[in-house]
Write a protein that binds this ligand. Structure first.
Ligand SMILES: [Zn+2]
Length: 386
Protein backbone atom coordinates (compact mmCIF):
# COMPACT_ATOMS: atom_id res chain seq x y z
CA UNK A 1 0.00 0.00 0.00
CA UNK A 2 2.85 2.33 0.81
CA UNK A 3 4.12 2.04 -2.76
CA UNK A 4 0.71 2.26 -4.39
CA UNK A 5 -0.70 5.34 -2.65
CA UNK A 6 0.13 8.94 -3.70
CA UNK A 7 2.20 9.95 -0.66
CA UNK A 8 3.93 12.62 -2.74
CA UNK A 9 0.67 14.64 -2.72
CA UNK A 10 1.18 16.72 0.45
CA UNK A 11 -1.62 19.24 0.00
CA UNK A 12 -3.65 17.89 2.92
CA UNK A 13 -0.73 18.59 5.26
CA UNK A 14 -0.48 22.21 4.07
CA UNK A 15 -4.23 22.72 4.45
CA UNK A 16 -4.38 20.99 7.82
CA UNK A 17 -1.95 23.40 9.50
CA UNK A 18 -2.90 26.58 7.64
CA UNK A 19 -4.24 29.41 9.82
CA UNK A 20 -2.96 27.98 13.12
CA UNK A 21 -3.20 30.60 15.89
CA UNK A 22 -2.51 28.85 19.18
CA UNK A 23 -2.73 25.59 21.10
CA UNK A 24 -3.68 25.46 24.78
CA UNK A 25 -1.12 24.53 27.43
CA UNK A 26 -3.13 21.43 28.43
CA UNK A 27 -3.81 18.18 26.59
CA UNK A 28 -6.61 16.81 28.76
CA UNK A 29 -10.10 18.10 29.48
CA UNK A 30 -11.74 16.81 32.64
CA UNK A 31 -15.40 15.85 32.90
CA UNK A 32 -17.51 17.44 35.64
CA UNK A 33 -17.98 13.89 36.99
CA UNK A 34 -14.21 13.70 37.67
CA UNK A 35 -12.87 11.44 34.90
CA UNK A 36 -10.93 12.46 31.79
CA UNK A 37 -13.45 13.54 29.14
CA UNK A 38 -10.87 14.14 26.44
CA UNK A 39 -7.18 13.44 25.91
CA UNK A 40 -5.12 14.59 22.98
CA UNK A 41 -1.86 13.77 24.75
CA UNK A 42 -2.39 10.02 24.52
CA UNK A 43 -1.95 10.22 20.74
CA UNK A 44 1.45 11.95 20.92
CA UNK A 45 3.10 8.76 19.58
CA UNK A 46 1.79 9.87 16.17
CA UNK A 47 3.83 13.08 16.30
CA UNK A 48 7.12 11.16 16.36
CA UNK A 49 8.34 10.71 12.80
CA UNK A 50 8.13 6.97 12.60
CA UNK A 51 6.42 4.49 10.30
CA UNK A 52 4.70 2.00 12.58
CA UNK A 53 4.56 -1.44 11.01
CA UNK A 54 1.41 -2.22 13.00
CA UNK A 55 -0.56 0.67 11.42
CA UNK A 56 -1.79 0.68 7.83
CA UNK A 57 0.22 3.48 6.16
CA UNK A 58 -2.91 5.11 4.81
CA UNK A 59 -4.51 5.11 8.26
CA UNK A 60 -1.33 6.43 9.89
CA UNK A 61 -1.35 9.32 7.44
CA UNK A 62 -4.98 10.16 8.26
CA UNK A 63 -4.25 9.77 11.98
CA UNK A 64 -1.42 12.32 11.76
CA UNK A 65 -3.62 14.75 9.82
CA UNK A 66 -6.18 14.49 12.61
CA UNK A 67 -3.60 15.67 15.19
CA UNK A 68 -4.81 19.25 14.61
CA UNK A 69 -5.01 20.81 18.05
CA UNK A 70 -6.01 24.32 19.04
CA UNK A 71 -7.40 27.46 17.42
CA UNK A 72 -7.23 28.04 13.65
CA UNK A 73 -8.32 30.91 11.42
CA UNK A 74 -10.26 29.66 8.38
CA UNK A 75 -10.52 33.19 6.97
CA UNK A 76 -10.77 36.49 8.91
CA UNK A 77 -13.92 36.26 11.09
CA UNK A 78 -14.24 32.45 10.76
CA UNK A 79 -12.36 30.30 13.27
CA UNK A 80 -12.25 26.65 14.27
CA UNK A 81 -11.10 24.85 17.35
CA UNK A 82 -9.92 21.38 16.36
CA UNK A 83 -8.79 18.45 18.45
CA UNK A 84 -11.15 19.12 21.40
CA UNK A 85 -13.56 16.34 20.49
CA UNK A 86 -14.45 14.15 17.51
CA UNK A 87 -15.82 17.14 15.56
CA UNK A 88 -14.57 20.69 15.09
CA UNK A 89 -16.32 23.60 16.74
CA UNK A 90 -16.61 26.64 14.46
CA UNK A 91 -16.99 30.28 15.50
CA UNK A 92 -18.25 33.00 13.17
CA UNK A 93 -17.59 36.53 14.40
CA UNK A 94 -20.83 38.53 14.16
CA UNK A 95 -21.40 42.21 14.96
CA UNK A 96 -21.82 41.57 18.68
CA UNK A 97 -20.90 37.97 19.44
CA UNK A 98 -20.14 34.45 18.21
CA UNK A 99 -22.32 32.32 15.98
CA UNK A 100 -21.26 28.77 16.88
CA UNK A 101 -21.55 25.95 14.36
CA UNK A 102 -21.75 22.50 15.99
CA UNK A 103 -20.99 22.63 19.73
CA UNK A 104 -19.23 19.23 20.02
CA UNK A 105 -20.33 16.10 21.93
CA UNK A 106 -19.78 17.15 25.53
CA UNK A 107 -20.58 20.15 27.68
CA UNK A 108 -17.04 20.11 29.10
CA UNK A 109 -15.18 20.16 25.74
CA UNK A 110 -17.50 22.82 24.26
CA UNK A 111 -17.10 25.00 27.36
CA UNK A 112 -13.30 24.64 27.21
CA UNK A 113 -13.30 25.59 23.51
CA UNK A 114 -15.35 28.75 24.11
CA UNK A 115 -13.08 29.73 26.98
CA UNK A 116 -9.98 29.22 24.84
CA UNK A 117 -11.17 31.26 21.86
CA UNK A 118 -12.31 34.07 24.17
CA UNK A 119 -8.87 34.11 25.81
CA UNK A 120 -7.17 34.28 22.42
CA UNK A 121 -9.44 36.63 20.46
CA UNK A 122 -11.35 38.57 23.10
CA UNK A 123 -14.43 37.80 25.14
CA UNK A 124 -17.65 37.65 23.09
CA UNK A 125 -21.06 36.22 24.00
CA UNK A 126 -22.61 33.35 22.01
CA UNK A 127 -25.54 34.95 20.14
CA UNK A 128 -26.54 31.96 18.02
CA UNK A 129 -25.84 28.25 17.57
CA UNK A 130 -26.30 26.28 14.37
CA UNK A 131 -26.72 22.50 14.59
CA UNK A 132 -25.65 21.21 11.18
CA UNK A 133 -27.30 17.83 11.75
CA UNK A 134 -28.86 15.34 14.11
CA UNK A 135 -25.74 13.45 15.30
CA UNK A 136 -24.62 13.77 18.92
CA UNK A 137 -21.11 15.03 18.17
CA UNK A 138 -22.73 18.15 16.64
CA UNK A 139 -25.11 19.23 19.40
CA UNK A 140 -24.25 17.31 22.61
CA UNK A 141 -22.07 20.06 24.09
CA UNK A 142 -24.55 22.91 23.64
CA UNK A 143 -25.17 23.28 27.39
CA UNK A 144 -21.51 24.18 27.84
CA UNK A 145 -21.88 27.35 25.77
CA UNK A 146 -25.44 28.66 26.17
CA UNK A 147 -28.01 28.93 28.92
CA UNK A 148 -31.33 27.27 28.07
CA UNK A 149 -33.24 30.27 29.51
CA UNK A 150 -31.65 32.53 26.87
CA UNK A 151 -32.86 30.16 24.15
CA UNK A 152 -36.39 30.05 25.62
CA UNK A 153 -36.51 33.87 25.79
CA UNK A 154 -35.26 34.15 22.20
CA UNK A 155 -32.10 36.04 23.20
CA UNK A 156 -29.99 33.22 21.72
CA UNK A 157 -31.06 31.57 18.47
CA UNK A 158 -30.53 27.86 17.96
CA UNK A 159 -30.95 27.09 14.29
CA UNK A 160 -31.37 23.55 12.96
CA UNK A 161 -32.37 21.74 9.77
CA UNK A 162 -35.87 20.46 9.07
CA UNK A 163 -36.64 17.27 10.99
CA UNK A 164 -33.82 17.81 13.50
CA UNK A 165 -35.62 16.87 16.74
CA UNK A 166 -37.37 13.84 15.25
CA UNK A 167 -34.09 12.38 14.02
CA UNK A 168 -31.97 13.43 17.00
CA UNK A 169 -34.37 11.40 19.14
CA UNK A 170 -34.78 8.45 16.79
CA UNK A 171 -31.03 8.07 16.19
CA UNK A 172 -29.90 8.61 19.76
CA UNK A 173 -32.74 7.32 21.94
CA UNK A 174 -34.85 4.61 20.24
CA UNK A 175 -31.89 2.26 19.76
CA UNK A 176 -29.49 4.43 21.75
CA UNK A 177 -28.12 1.91 24.25
CA UNK A 178 -27.48 -0.75 21.64
CA UNK A 179 -25.95 1.75 19.28
CA UNK A 180 -23.62 3.21 21.92
CA UNK A 181 -22.42 -0.29 22.83
CA UNK A 182 -21.81 -1.13 19.18
CA UNK A 183 -19.99 2.17 18.71
CA UNK A 184 -17.40 0.99 21.26
CA UNK A 185 -16.68 -1.98 18.97
CA UNK A 186 -16.81 -0.04 15.71
CA UNK A 187 -14.21 2.47 16.86
CA UNK A 188 -12.36 0.39 19.44
CA UNK A 189 -12.61 3.34 21.82
CA UNK A 190 -11.80 1.28 24.91
CA UNK A 191 -8.49 0.08 23.47
CA UNK A 192 -5.41 1.87 24.77
CA UNK A 193 -4.13 4.57 22.42
CA UNK A 194 -0.92 3.13 21.00
CA UNK A 195 0.45 1.73 17.72
CA UNK A 196 -1.19 -1.64 18.48
CA UNK A 197 -4.46 -0.18 19.77
CA UNK A 198 -6.51 2.92 19.10
CA UNK A 199 -4.91 5.15 16.48
CA UNK A 200 -7.65 7.32 15.03
CA UNK A 201 -11.35 7.59 14.32
CA UNK A 202 -11.12 8.77 10.67
CA UNK A 203 -13.08 12.01 11.17
CA UNK A 204 -11.23 12.92 14.36
CA UNK A 205 -9.25 11.25 17.12
CA UNK A 206 -12.02 9.91 19.36
CA UNK A 207 -15.35 10.86 20.96
CA UNK A 208 -15.36 12.91 24.16
CA UNK A 209 -16.67 11.08 27.22
CA UNK A 210 -18.38 14.01 28.94
CA UNK A 211 -21.85 15.27 29.60
CA UNK A 212 -24.07 15.03 26.50
CA UNK A 213 -27.17 17.20 26.35
CA UNK A 214 -29.57 18.91 24.01
CA UNK A 215 -31.45 22.18 23.88
CA UNK A 216 -34.35 22.22 21.46
CA UNK A 217 -33.77 24.62 18.55
CA UNK A 218 -35.98 27.72 18.35
CA UNK A 219 -35.45 28.31 14.60
CA UNK A 220 -36.04 25.51 12.07
CA UNK A 221 -34.94 25.84 8.45
CA UNK A 222 -37.91 24.42 6.57
CA UNK A 223 -37.36 25.36 2.94
CA UNK A 224 -34.80 23.67 0.68
CA UNK A 225 -32.88 26.94 0.46
CA UNK A 226 -33.38 29.66 3.03
CA UNK A 227 -31.56 32.93 3.59
CA UNK A 228 -31.17 34.56 6.99
CA UNK A 229 -29.07 37.32 8.53
CA UNK A 230 -27.99 36.76 12.13
CA UNK A 231 -25.91 39.32 14.05
CA UNK A 232 -24.97 40.97 10.75
CA UNK A 233 -23.86 37.73 9.08
CA UNK A 234 -25.73 36.69 5.94
CA UNK A 235 -26.20 32.93 5.64
CA UNK A 236 -27.84 30.76 3.00
CA UNK A 237 -28.93 27.37 4.32
CA UNK A 238 -29.29 24.34 2.07
CA UNK A 239 -31.27 21.48 3.59
CA UNK A 240 -29.67 18.14 2.61
CA UNK A 241 -31.98 15.44 4.03
CA UNK A 242 -31.06 11.86 3.21
CA UNK A 243 -27.30 12.41 3.11
CA UNK A 244 -24.90 11.84 5.99
CA UNK A 245 -27.81 12.32 8.36
CA UNK A 246 -31.57 12.30 7.77
CA UNK A 247 -31.71 15.95 8.95
CA UNK A 248 -28.69 17.95 7.82
CA UNK A 249 -27.90 21.27 6.17
CA UNK A 250 -25.01 23.07 4.49
CA UNK A 251 -24.50 26.83 4.88
CA UNK A 252 -23.05 29.40 2.52
CA UNK A 253 -21.73 32.80 3.58
CA UNK A 254 -22.07 34.81 0.34
CA UNK A 255 -20.33 37.96 1.64
CA UNK A 256 -17.26 35.90 2.57
CA UNK A 257 -17.54 33.36 -0.29
CA UNK A 258 -17.22 30.68 2.36
CA UNK A 259 -19.00 27.31 2.11
CA UNK A 260 -19.74 25.21 5.21
CA UNK A 261 -20.18 21.60 4.08
CA UNK A 262 -21.57 20.32 7.44
CA UNK A 263 -20.53 16.63 7.54
CA UNK A 264 -21.45 16.08 3.91
CA UNK A 265 -17.91 16.64 2.61
CA UNK A 266 -15.03 15.74 4.94
CA UNK A 267 -11.59 14.25 4.32
CA UNK A 268 -12.82 10.70 3.76
CA UNK A 269 -15.65 8.84 2.08
CA UNK A 270 -18.20 8.32 4.79
CA UNK A 271 -20.39 5.49 6.03
CA UNK A 272 -23.27 4.42 3.86
CA UNK A 273 -23.61 1.41 6.16
CA UNK A 274 -22.69 2.38 9.72
CA UNK A 275 -21.42 -0.51 11.83
CA UNK A 276 -22.63 1.06 15.08
CA UNK A 277 -26.15 1.14 13.64
CA UNK A 278 -28.29 3.93 12.07
CA UNK A 279 -30.44 3.59 8.98
CA UNK A 280 -28.63 2.70 5.76
CA UNK A 281 -27.83 5.92 3.90
CA UNK A 282 -28.58 6.88 0.32
CA UNK A 283 -25.36 7.26 -1.70
CA UNK A 284 -27.21 8.56 -4.75
CA UNK A 285 -29.06 11.28 -2.83
CA UNK A 286 -25.81 12.25 -1.10
CA UNK A 287 -24.12 12.61 -4.48
CA UNK A 288 -26.99 14.74 -5.77
CA UNK A 289 -26.88 17.09 -2.79
CA UNK A 290 -23.14 17.61 -3.26
CA UNK A 291 -23.85 18.37 -6.90
CA UNK A 292 -26.56 20.87 -5.93
CA UNK A 293 -24.15 22.57 -3.51
CA UNK A 294 -21.47 22.64 -6.21
CA UNK A 295 -23.72 24.57 -8.59
CA UNK A 296 -25.24 26.80 -5.89
CA UNK A 297 -22.06 27.72 -3.99
CA UNK A 298 -19.06 25.63 -5.05
CA UNK A 299 -18.53 27.44 -8.35
CA UNK A 300 -17.71 30.71 -6.56
CA UNK A 301 -16.55 29.70 -3.06
CA UNK A 302 -13.01 30.65 -2.02
CA UNK A 303 -12.99 28.40 1.03
CA UNK A 304 -14.82 25.21 2.04
CA UNK A 305 -14.81 24.17 5.70
CA UNK A 306 -16.68 21.47 7.58
CA UNK A 307 -17.50 19.96 10.94
CA UNK A 308 -14.64 17.44 10.70
CA UNK A 309 -11.19 17.44 9.06
CA UNK A 310 -9.67 20.68 7.73
CA UNK A 311 -10.70 23.40 5.21
CA UNK A 312 -9.90 23.56 1.48
CA UNK A 313 -8.83 26.89 0.02
CA UNK A 314 -9.05 28.10 -3.58
CA UNK A 315 -11.89 27.45 -5.99
CA UNK A 316 -10.02 24.85 -8.08
CA UNK A 317 -9.28 22.78 -5.00
CA UNK A 318 -12.86 23.11 -3.69
CA UNK A 319 -14.29 21.92 -7.00
CA UNK A 320 -11.77 19.08 -7.20
CA UNK A 321 -12.85 17.75 -3.79
CA UNK A 322 -16.59 18.32 -4.33
CA UNK A 323 -16.59 16.64 -7.73
CA UNK A 324 -14.46 13.74 -6.52
CA UNK A 325 -16.75 12.97 -3.61
CA UNK A 326 -19.89 13.49 -5.68
CA UNK A 327 -18.62 11.03 -8.27
CA UNK A 328 -17.48 8.48 -5.71
CA UNK A 329 -20.89 8.30 -3.98
CA UNK A 330 -22.68 8.20 -7.35
CA UNK A 331 -20.43 5.47 -8.72
CA UNK A 332 -20.89 3.42 -5.55
CA UNK A 333 -24.67 3.53 -6.01
CA UNK A 334 -24.77 3.04 -9.76
CA UNK A 335 -21.85 0.63 -10.03
CA UNK A 336 -23.22 -1.66 -7.34
CA UNK A 337 -26.74 -1.66 -8.82
CA UNK A 338 -25.30 -2.42 -12.25
CA UNK A 339 -23.52 -5.46 -10.79
CA UNK A 340 -26.60 -6.48 -8.79
CA UNK A 341 -28.70 -6.37 -11.95
CA UNK A 342 -26.17 -8.68 -13.57
CA UNK A 343 -26.59 -11.18 -10.71
CA UNK A 344 -24.00 -10.26 -8.08
CA UNK A 345 -25.48 -10.83 -4.60
CA UNK A 346 -25.02 -9.03 -1.30
CA UNK A 347 -22.68 -11.82 -0.18
CA UNK A 348 -20.41 -11.31 -3.20
CA UNK A 349 -20.56 -7.60 -3.93
CA UNK A 350 -17.71 -6.53 -1.59
CA UNK A 351 -15.35 -8.77 -3.57
CA UNK A 352 -16.60 -7.55 -6.95
CA UNK A 353 -17.29 -3.79 -6.80
CA UNK A 354 -14.23 -1.57 -7.14
CA UNK A 355 -13.87 2.20 -6.95
CA UNK A 356 -12.89 3.43 -10.46
CA UNK A 357 -9.13 3.72 -10.95
CA UNK A 358 -9.39 7.47 -11.61
CA UNK A 359 -10.76 7.97 -8.09
CA UNK A 360 -8.84 5.36 -6.14
CA UNK A 361 -5.71 7.45 -5.76
CA UNK A 362 -7.26 10.71 -4.58
CA UNK A 363 -6.79 11.10 -0.84
CA UNK A 364 -10.11 12.90 -0.38
CA UNK A 365 -12.10 9.95 -1.74
CA UNK A 366 -10.37 7.22 0.22
CA UNK A 367 -12.35 5.42 2.89
CA UNK A 368 -11.42 5.61 6.56
CA UNK A 369 -14.77 6.05 8.27
CA UNK A 370 -16.81 3.87 5.99
CA UNK A 371 -15.31 1.15 3.84
CA UNK A 372 -15.92 0.24 0.21
CA UNK A 373 -16.72 -3.32 1.31
CA UNK A 374 -19.45 -2.36 3.78
CA UNK A 375 -20.74 0.50 1.65
CA UNK A 376 -21.20 -1.68 -1.43
CA UNK A 377 -23.24 -4.16 0.64
CA UNK A 378 -25.22 -1.21 1.98
CA UNK A 379 -26.42 -0.28 -1.50
CA UNK A 380 -27.81 -3.78 -2.10
CA UNK A 381 -29.27 -3.82 1.39
CA UNK A 382 -31.02 -0.51 0.68
CA UNK A 383 -32.60 -1.56 -2.61
CA UNK A 384 -32.94 -5.32 -2.29
CA UNK A 385 -32.58 -6.22 1.41
CA UNK A 386 -30.10 -8.72 2.81
ZN1 LIG B 1 -19.83 14.11 13.12
Amino acid sequence: MKNRLPFEDKRDFEEQKKGFIAAPDYKEIMADAGHVAWSMGKYDFLLVEKDYKSIHPSLQRQAILNMNYGLYEVIPNIYQIRGYDLANITFIKGNTGWIVFDPLTAKETARAALKFINEQLGERPVVAVVYSHSHGDHFGGVRGIVDEADVKSGKVKIIAPDGFMLHAVSENVYAGNAMTRRMFYQYGVLLPADPHGHVDQAIGKNTAAGNLGLIEPNVIIEKNIEEMTVDGIKMVFQNTPGTEAPAEMNTYFPEMKAFWAAENIVATIHNIYTLRGALVRDALEWSKKIDEALYLFGKEADVMFASHSWPRWGNDRIQEVMKGQRDTYANLNNGVLNLANKGVTINEIHNVYEVPASLQNQWFVRSYHGSVEHNSRAVINRYLGY
